[in-house]
Design a protein around this ligand. Structure first.
Ligand code: NCD
Length: 306
């Protein structure tokens, strides 16, 4: 595998191979010295054109745990502010000598274009509303750890702003390939215009499905991607779709709660649910490092020095 741009490029067996690799990486992270020389001499550059806390730090940490050198580029402190084009910026970074380029960009398809310009491996760390494959993989890894070896038969409800969510798009592709059934739940205004071909069932009433799901996967309402006409009343949205403690009580005893972050505590998810026993939110963050280590190793690793 040269690049990781989209979950649709991965068959079930390739996804499982990455998740198995991540198990190994998680055991590395559990050691007294959580670092191996697997990518010594390699350079991983992070190219972030959009804001990020988790994803950027997670890739940076993953590369460091594998002993790669890292460079991080964030648009707010770069020559993009002086008008440099994406192509010139990418070529400049490549000229410094890199093996992998981790890209986040507000334009769907930007990582695919960049992959055509460079010799390095490109990882899509989120492109507009399109895809966020490593988030889908780390969520699958987290769920697999809680459910045994597979997601077969798991009923996962993706709740909220599906229309604007690259996390939802990649997650639905990934989890269904692993055997899960996905429900999308939210107001029609936050659903994609055309759901033809999506392997999901569509629901507008969260309370109707709470008792039958294994996972409530809550999305952030992405106000930066919404026009004012789409969602006139956030308060009404939260009343119907916020995961309150009362709603969490309607779920099966062993049902789980996930969120990709950043989460809006209170309206979107109640603090006692976010920090409660059903919540995998912190584990998702920790597991992200192991999964990104496995991805980097798969793309630019060679030999068996783990
Ligand atoms: C998400 C993103 O940026 O796509 N966060 C993440 O990477 N964990 C989701 C979001 O911003 O709501």
């Amino acid at each position: 595998m040269k690049h990781l741009l989209s979950i649709s490029d991965l068959e079930r067996s390739s996804i499982e191979a990455i998740l198995d690799g991540a198990e190994h990486m998680a055991s590395v992270l559990g050691r007294e010295i959580p670092k191996v020389p697997a990518l010594r001499g390699k350079t991983v550059a992070n190219l972030f054109y959009e804001d990020s806390t988790r994803t950027r730090l997670s890739f940076e940490t993953a590369a460091k745990r594998l002993s790669a050198d890292t460079m991080t580029f964030t648009v707010t402190s770069s020559s993009v502010k002086k008008g440099e084009s994406l192509l010139d910026t990418v070529k400049t970074i490549e000229a410094m000598g890199i093996d992998a380029l981790v890209v986040r960009h507000s334009a769907a398809g930007a990582p695919h274009r960049i992959a055509g310009w460079v010799d390095a491996s490109v990882v899509n760390a989120g492109d507009g509303r399109h895809e966020h494959p490593t988030q889908a993989l780390l969520d699958a890894f987290t769920l697999r750890r809680h459910r045994g070896p597979s997601l077969d038969g798991a009923r996962i409800a993706v709740v909220g702003d599906v229309r604007n969510s690259r996390v939802a798009r990649s997650g639905i592709e990934c989890w269904t390939r692993l055997g899960a059934q996905v429900l999308v739940v939210g107001p029609p205004t936050l659903m994609p215009e055309n759901l033809d071909g999506w392997p999901v069932t569509v629901h507008s009433n969260l309370d109707d499905v709470l008792g039958e799901i294994d996972v409530a996967y809550i999305l952030r309402v992405q106000q930066e991607r919404l026009g004012p006409a789409i969602l006139p009343s956030l308060r009404e949205y939260y009343t119907r779709y916020g995961l309150t403690a009362q709603r969490a009580e309607q779920m099966k005893p062993d049902a789980l709660v996930m969120h990709p972050g950043p989460m809006i505590r209170g309206p979107e998810i109640a603090t006692e649910v976010a920090d409660g026993p059903r919540s995998l939110i912190r584990e998702q963050v920790s597991n992200g490092i192991a999964v990104r280590m496995a991805v980097l190793w798969e793309l630019i690793g060679s030999g068996g020095i783990l």
